[in-house]
Design a protein around this ligand. Structure first.
Ligand SMILES: Nc1ncnc2c1ncn2[C@@H]1O[C@H](COP(=O)(O)OP(=O)(O)O)[C@@H](O)[C@H]1O
Ligand SMILES: [Mg+2]
Length: 290
């Protein structure tokens, strides 16, 4: 098959891992940097130009669209969708998973367990905040990633000054129940199709509550419980993503989904678990296309 990997960095670990896995299984791979893609509409035809070439021979798309490039990146994914090219992440799925509130709404509608979360009308923020009591509360900027934009407030006054500051900056955010019993750790499950192919537990570095590897967290291989598996696969389905990373907090009332990542990094999970997630993705593509 002709597989296109949409990625800004040919040398990035995840891109290389997918390239090697696909070539090993005898596929032709084109790594396309969205920066050099032009999508155009001419005489009622949609065209994609890459450098100075028109691209019209792709069978499968693997989008690796970064958070800083969501709009343009998904416009290219949409181009391939219009041509009927199979993509492991839909443009809609990528967009919806990028916005924390939108994804919480979709996950909740699908019956996925989540921490108590509120967007809150700006006029009634104080009241919404009171609803969380005087204990710790988490505030998250809607488009934050890698742990940037997640704030742990110690009490009501602390949270109030934080939300007022964010409002002043015209930043949109959600307020969320703090799950203390997760103790700075979370679970990352990689879903491919309707299977969890690899999973790990991440631990925050001392003094932090965020377990993101980008924040200096560490990771260990971890086998999910049946319930955690079920929740991870259902979350991927709710956001219409064939391949994704689902983040889960272990709470006293069972697994709670924190977010779904449409472009999960492969380095942390592959080096931690020794599993080739890239190979699982390529195999899944072959099965889906047959
Ligand atoms: N409600 C919460 N309770 C406890 N810890 C949380 C909560 N929300 C987030 N965290 C911690 O902060 C990290 C980052 O939060 P997350 O919502 O995944 O944002 P990001 O998209 O920036 O990774 C999580 O991996 C987890 O360790
Ligand atoms: Mg996260």
């Amino acid at each position: 098959m002709n597989i296109a990997i949409l990625s800004r960095g040919e040398l990035l670990y995840s891109t290389q891992s997918l390239l090697i896995a696909a070539e090993k299984r005898n596929h032709n791979v084109e790594i396309m940097d969205p920066t050099y893609c032009n999508v155009l509409i001419e005489k009622n035809k949609v065209l994609l130009q890459y450098h100075d070439e028109i691209i019209d021979d792709i069978d499968v798309l693997i989008p690796r669209v970064g958070a800083s490039n969501t709009y343009y990146g998904t416009s290219i994914v949409r181009h391939f969708e219009a041509l009927g090219v199979y993509s492991v992440a839909s443009s809609q799925g990528i967009i919806q998973s990028r916005d924390k509130w939108t994804s919480f709404q979709l996950l909740a509608t699908a019956g996925i367990p989540l921490p108590k979360t509120t967007l809150g009308s700006p006029a009634y923020l104080k009241d919404f905040l009171k609803d969380f009591g005087d204990g710790k509360v988490i505030i998250k900027i809607l488009e934050g990633t890698h742990g940037n934009g997640v704030i742990l407030c110690e009490n009501y006054v602390n949270a109030l000054s934080t939300v007022e500051t964010l409002q002043g900056l015209r930043s949109r955010f959600v307020m969320q129940e703090y799950i203390a019993e997760s103790m700075g750790s979370d679970i990352r499950a990689i879903v491919v199709g309707d299977q969890v192919v690899a999973s790990m537990k991440r631990f925050s570095r001392a003094g932090d509550f965020r377990s993101n590897l980008h924040q200096g967290g560490s990771a260990k291989s971890y086998t999910l419980s049946d319930k955690e598996k079920e929740v991870a696969v259902a979350a991927a389905k709710a956001l219409n993503l064939e391949v994704c990373g689902v983040d889960i907090l272990a709470s006293t009332r069972g697994p709670l989904v924190l977010e779904v990542n449409s472009t999960p990094g492969l380095e942390g999970i592959e080096t931690t678990t020794g599993i080739s997630v890239a190979n699982a993705i390529i195999k899944h593509i072959e099965q889906s296309r047959n």
